[in-house]
Design a protein around this ligand. Sequence first.
Ligand code: UTP
Ligand code: MG
Length: 599
Amino acid sequence: MPDAQYEKLDEVEKLPFNYGHFRRLLGYARPYRRKLLLVTAVITISTILRLTEPYLLRTMVDIGITGRQPRVITQMALLWLLFQAIGGLAGYVRIRILNDTGTGIIYDLRRELFDHMQWLSLRFYDGRPVGSMMSRVTNDVEAINNLINSGLVTIVSQSVSLIGIVVVMFVLNPRLAFMAFLVVPPMVFAIARLRPRMETGWRNVRKANSNITANLNESITGIRVSQSFCREGENIRRFDELNDSYYRTFMQAIRIEWLVWPMADVFGVVGTGLVVMTGARMVMQDVLTVGYVLAFIDYLWRFWEPINAISRVYSRVLSAMASAERIFEYLDTKPEVLDSPNAVEVDDITGGVQFEDVCFRYDEDEPYVLRDIDLTVEPGQTIAIVGPTGAGKTSIINLLMRFYDPQEGRVLVDGHDLRDVALASIRRRMALVLQESFLFSGTIAENIRYGSPDATMEDVIAVAKAVKVHDFVAKLQDGYEHQVEERGGRLSVGQRQLISFARALLRDPRILILDEATSSVDTQTEATIQEAMHTLLRDRTAIIIAHRLSTIRRADCILVIEDGRIVERGAHAELMASGGPYSQLYRRQFAAGALPAGE
Ligand code: UTP
Ligand code: MG
């Protein structure tokens, strides 16, 4: 994979915290707002109860011990126990509800993302490594759960605690409180200064993570090629680089926290020192009791706990925000190929196909791969497309399936511009066998039935017989129930192709499109398939990218494509007689012994 495919890490930049994304993220919590309100209430109650502890301590010291009233000591101890018990219960409720909500939000988000990606146009998929797309649906969604499960609890409980403590401290003694909070403004200032670096840091961690998945995916998929070319060492080196980059970005992001926590501690100690000094003097002046000062210092320590906790969680929020940004980027990508608002539903088609002056390129900054393509296929005709590699044959099919829209000209089926009809209603009547056949994990029967879930087993067997794959399947131990591994592993390429062929035929399409791969099927099978095809193609329109003479000779019309243009068209005999490009191609490709027996 060229390194350009990997996501580039950002330089530190001062981006404003994206409140839009944050609000949008909160939107996902909306369906759970009752539960979340309940959690907030529970957390608030238990936090307030915990806040009474220093005051219980003060009462115990000042009244119980100093005033020698053992009953007060017992009362305070019992109250403390009770509050602890309630706190424990609250903790249980909190964990239960939050797990439920967090997982629920992951579920919703993943589904939305997956649904959306199913509709995205091929152009979207063209330029992105599979692993990096996977990473968004897995890791990035997970990061958001993290935020909700632990981040939210911390933020809610610690904010409540913080507010409570500040209020209590000012109520207890405004002068001491003022001393204690002298250190807060410089601290807030320091954290605000560090924030942009933290944000960039976490965004980079997510990118580095996604690069690892992208590399992993390709390494696993391409392992055969890697091993055959002895690229293991090089692969390990590349992976090390990415792994290293993750290590570095993570350490960079977390390094700022190493600064933040001790800094908070230092500020805390300074604040406490000020309070101890002022408090001691006030006790000596008999303005305050020892119990008050003790309670106050206790509160002060508790004051730093939420500050610490929130600053720690802050990095998690930033990390989740980076993930949210990546998820929203996908969600905001509009499918390019989209039914127009007044798209016509087509009930049935007869199978006429027309290209009118079509020009097409895959990317705006790349040259055209198809130019001025004009062609008309009458319903029921078989058209063969031939031409050298890279000529644009598959691209024609990509337009006919409307995987892409042409930049110029129109593609019509039964006289309807593909851009004006409900795509599904047309695709329903078309079937495509790709150049590289793809099978899904599942049984052979499921794969054949992929586009026609309602087909009966008899139908499945009938098409399998027609494409001569039945004998092979019947010999398998579990026949049609045989499990095909991912991407059709454990089946030969030819077998996979025949199964894809059966899958297309089972749909009983009006327009059958075949992108034949060269020589995946032996000549014997080929001949029998041709026999079957003859019948099968009789009342369908067929557009076949052909590499075999037998297919080509039967075609009503042969199109010769070179360099994105149709350079010649006509029936086999005609083209041979004219001595043009086709006859030359024919000689080069077929005359040198590649002719199937009997041709
Ligand atoms: P095609 O994929 O249409 O060629 O690519 P083809 O005629 O079917 O070739 P074979 O016989 O299967 O090998 C036509 C041109 O479009 C470019 C290719 O680089 C090629 O030059 N192309 C193809 C893209 O730019 N992007 C793609 O996703 C596919
Ligand atoms: Mg091709």
